[in-house]
Design a protein around this ligand. Structure first.
Ligand code: FE2
Ligand code: FE2
Length: 180
């Protein structure tokens, strides 16, 4: 069906968001399984619950609009999933895999934030107040998750730096002992 009106584009974009949420819902438990950092694990598990609510909110949005989500695949989310799979072929250590997963999850949140920002604007333009509120709820949670991931990324980066320094110090001490 050709898209000819802003309303049709809005509904089309909503279907894309729905597809993205379903793909993300499949990815989150996998990321949580690969996480060794307790903060990260909790953040991913919490966001899995939130993501289930995002799907419910989108269902409520479609209902309020009297529309059905067309079957579609969000190629952006699918691409992010493929990037995650491709990373495994690089044989990362568990620590490096976890760091890469945090970056991947942050990219996903950025995509969702951009999507929902546009959807909230479109809902306002359509004069859909209840729909705006539901979409805003999703947007706020994506933003909060992006912040959590940023904090985890910094903490993991600091830990890696400290571990590298410790390793370097131990090596120097070892060399000194060997030299004495
Ligand atoms: Fe989401
Ligand atoms: Fe998200």
């Amino acid at each position: 069906m050709p898209l000819t009106t802003p309303r049709e584009l809005f509904v089309h974009e909503l279907a894309d968001a729905m597809s993205a949420e379903h793909i993300i819902l499949e990815m989150l438990p996998e990321l949580a399984k690969e996480a060794t950092d307790p903060e990260l694990q909790t953040a991913l598990r919490d966001h899995e619950k939130e993501t289930r609510q995002h799907v419910k909110n989108l269902e409520a949005v479609f209902k309020a609009l009297g529309e059905q989500p067309e079957p579609t695949t969000c190629h952006a989310a699918e691409g992010l999933r493929q990037e995650h799979q491709a990373l495994h072929e690089e044989q990362p250590t568990p620590e490096i895999l976890q760091m890469a997963n945090v970056t991947g999850a942050a990219k996903t949140e950025s995509y969702e934030i951009t999507s929902y920002t546009a959807l909230v604007r479109m809902a306002k333009e359509q004069g859909e107040r209840d729909v705006t509120r539901l979409l805003q709820e999703n947007l706020d949670q994506e933003k909060a998750m992006a912040k959590r991931l940023d904090a985890v990324a910094k903490a993991l980066g600091d830990e890696a730096k400290a571990a590298a320094k410790e390793g370097g110090d131990a090596r120097k001490a070892e060399e000194k002992r060997a030299g004495d």
